[in-house]
Structures are given as C-alpha cells and as structure tokens.
Design a protein around this ligand. Structure first.
Ligand SMILES: Cc1cc2nc3c(=O)[nH]c(=O)nc-3n(C[C@H](O)[C@H](O)[C@H](O)COP(=O)(O)O)c2cc1C
Length: 408
C-alpha cells in the first residue's frame, strides 16, 4: 500500500492517512462565525477521505483577521458554529485541526476578488494594524502600522491561550500556530519586518521569543493528548530575510517549548521575495526534509504536491504529512483519486460506506459511474514537464507578484 495511506499518530491523535487539507481562508464568515458554507466545505473533504482537515487561519482577536469576512475564535459566541464543522468531520472519519493566527501588518484588507489590498483605518471595514515594528509590508499593504508594546505582546499571548481553550471546546483535536505568510508570527521571525531593539528583536533567540511564549501559553491550557504544531515562514526567499539555517535553529528552540510538529512554508514578509520555489512541483520539500533531519521532529509541507506520485514520493522520502491547498479545492475527493492512481487495493473504502458500498459493489459499466479509471500518463514525467513550463513559461516578475499576493 502507498505510504500516503498509512496511519499517522501524534500525541493522542491518530490520522487515517497522511493527507491534510491545508488551511485556506474562505472569506465567508460574518463576525468570525462559521456557517453552512464552512459545514459544507469541511464535511465534503472529510467525506472525500482527507485525514486531517483545517478550515482557515482562525483569528485570535478581531484585528487579527485578514478581512472582516475571516473566521475567528475570539469570542465564546463563535464556538458553536465551528463545532458544527468538527462534529461532521469526526462523523466522516477525519480529524479537525485549527490554525490559530494573527494577521499583524497584513490585516485590514479586502477579499482577493475585491483586489486583496489593504484598506486604511478610516475605512468602515478597516483598522490600524499592529506589528513587531512600525514598518508596513509594502506594495498592496502600504498603510502605517503601530509597533506593539511589550504589554500588547503579552495580551496577544493571552488571546492565543483563550482561543485555544475555545478551540478545544469547539472539538478541535490538533492546534497549529500560524507563524508564516507575512502574518504576525512570520514578521517577528523575519529581520525584514522585525527591527525591534528590545528582547523581541535582534538575535535569533529574541526573534523567536514571541513564538516560544505563545507556544507555552497555549500548551499550558490544552490537554496533553492534543498535538501543538506550527507553520513557519522558514525562508523569506530574500537576501535580507530569514534563512533556512535560522529556521532550523528556531524550530529546535520551539521543540524545547513543546512543539510537536513543524509545517515548513515561506515567509512572505516582503513583496520583493523570489517566489520561484513556490511555483515548482514539491518546491518546499527539500527544506522540510532538512528540518526533519536536523531537528528530529515530524514535518509537513505544502506547495505543489497535488500530483499523487509526488505526494507519495514526499512521504517515502521522510515527510510525515502532505498538506494540500488548491488540490483540496479542486477535488474534495482528491484522496480517492490519489488512491486509484497509486494502486490502493480498495480506494472506495476512503469514502463513507453510504457511497463506498455502491461504488464497490454496483459497478455496472465502471467508467460511467463518474470516477475516471486510473490515468495512463507518466506522473513523474508530467511533474518534470510542469517544472520546466513553470520555470520557462511565466515571466519572473509575474510569478513573484502572483505568489506574493496569493498566500494567506
Ligand atoms: C484560497 C486559499 C486560502 C489560503 N489561506 C491560507 C490560510 O488561511 N493559512 C495558511 O497557512 N495558508 C493558506 N493558504 C496557503 C495553503 O494552505 C497552501 O499552503 C498553499 O496553497 C500551497 O499548497 P498547494 O500548492 O497545495 O495549494 C491559502 C491558499 C489558498 C489557495
């Protein structure tokens, strides 16, 4: 059997396979609440066979949202809506994870289809963003930001802990801290965004203090059985930014503070980043495997792992979990498709019996049921050709712009 479909246990939680629906902001909430859309979004992918499922970055404070349409757990009234999604995910055999975050200097924005840019504090749906230093992100996020005081940093850690308590009450069994993609955790880690001269800036140890304190705050209020993980903007992909050497050291420090797994991603701390790896198949895999080797902690990674053979290769090379973003949007049954492509002996066991029994036992004219037969294309070769076409076909600057504005 493909390794992608082997179970994975972390702390007191066992996943049915290594396939994760990566956190994806949906811009569908009103006042941070989940609604029918989120129930459909999560339920469909859980029924489609994903092992671990994230909704989106969930804000720990109202000004920690990207837009006013983003999800939150900063108020007790928000618990019940998210619990509807976790109940359904559990009933479908999946495990619900939450990504707790604060958007920092990338907040106060409008949805991507409205331009994705930041709006000023005097706009009815805007606010003044807070960040490690009073340095705006730039380009589409040009508005002045306030430097956080030490007192305010303590308040953010308390907000993390309060949101974590609500998350457990809402049925989440896995907590990830969002320290990537230009948001608050990413900006504390990055020398581009963090220009503080106090104990939260300067040396690597100081630039990771925000993260270790937040991990301590959350670990102290959640049950031991719940994995505590984080997504790090491990590489700023910019000469003045955070590097993989620093990321390895930072993750080692976080491991001492109870970190159970690292999800390795990019910093997105400047619109000037070189986004080339983010356009390539398995573009961040080698960085994640380095963390696994050098820190000795379970690792997950996203970015262009949606070709089943590539996802399988990632696990066979040592990756613990494969995070899928866009493939999960494109195909809620991606795990079933991948199982068929990878020769799984019973792919329809991945869906609820209500569907699976019919698909296994009442096949009739098999191609007509709507599941294409496994493809005959050489998936490895297609990965190589898509790498070449990405590198050759898209103008460098356009690639940078699209990746820099797209990440959440
Ligand atoms: C619509 C959309 C929303 C996203 N929102 C988030 C988010 O809330 N938190 C996060 O860490 N990453 C977010 N991402 C990034 C994905 O989690 C993932 O890392 C990225 O899409 C790369 O994986 P992929 O190549 O499988 O799409 C988002 C991506 C998309 C497409």
């Amino acid at each position: 059997m493909a390794l992608l479909f082997s179970p994975f246990t972390l702390k007191g939680v066992t996943l049915r396979n290594r396939i994760v629906m990566s956190p994806m902001t949906m811009y569908r909430s009103v006042d941070g609440h989940a609604n029918d859309f989120h129930v459909m979004h999560m339920g469909a992918r859980a029924a489609g066979g994903f092992g671990l499922l994230f909704p989106e970055q969930i804000a720990i404070t109202p000004d920690g949202r990207t837009t006013v349409h983003c999800g939150g757990l900063y108020d007790d009234s928000q618990i019940a809506g998210w619990k509807r999604t976790t109940d359904l995910v559990k009933a479908m055999g999946g495990v619900s994870a939450i990504q707790l975050g604060h958007t920092g200097r990338k907040g106060s924005a409008v949805a991507p289809w409205e331009g994705g840019h930041q709006i000023s504090a005097d706009h009815p749906e805007g606010w003044t963003c807070k960040a490690p230093s009073a340095v705006p992100h730039g380009a589409d996020h040009p508005h002045p930001v306030d430097e956080l005081t030490v007192e305010e940093i303590k308040g953010i850690h308390e907000a993390y802990a309060a949101a974590a308590v609500r998350a457990v009450e809402a049925g989440y069994e896995w907590i990830e801290m969002h320290y990537a993609h230009g948001y608050l955790g990413a900006s504390f880690f990055s020398p581009i965004a963090n220009q503080r001269t106090d104990s939260y800036g300067g040396s690597l140890e100081n630039r990771v203090r925000f993260h270790t304190e937040a991990l301590d705050a959350v670990r102290s209020v959640i049950p031991e059985r719940i994995p505590l993980t984080m997504r790090l903007g491990a590489d700023d992909l910019h000469p003045a930014g955070a590097t993989m050497d620093e990321a390895v050291a930072a993750i080692s420090l976080m491991k001492e503070h109870g970190l159970d797994m690292a999800d390795v991603s990019a910093g997105f701390n400047t619109p000037e980043m070189d986004g080339t790896p983010l356009g390539q198949p398995m573009g961040f895999l080698s960085r994640a495997l380095r963390v696994k080797r050098e820190v000795g902690i379970p690792v997950g990674v996203s970015w262009n792992l949606g070709v089943p053979a590539n996802a399988e290769r990632a696990v066979s090379e040592g990756l613990d979990l494969v995070f899928l973003g866009r493939p999960a949007l494109a195909n809620p049954h991606w795990p079933v498709w991948a199982a068929r492509e990878l020769g799984h002996e019973s792919p329809f066991d991945l869906v609820p019996e209500d569907y699976g029994w019919w698909l296994k036992n009442f096949r009739g004219h098999a191609p007509s049921i709507g599941w294409p037969e496994p493809s005959t294309i050489d998936l490895d070769a297609s990965a190589e050709s898509s790498a070449q076409s990405t590198a050759a076909g898209v103008p460098q600057q356009a690639r940078h712009q699209s990746t820099a504005t797209a990440a959440h």
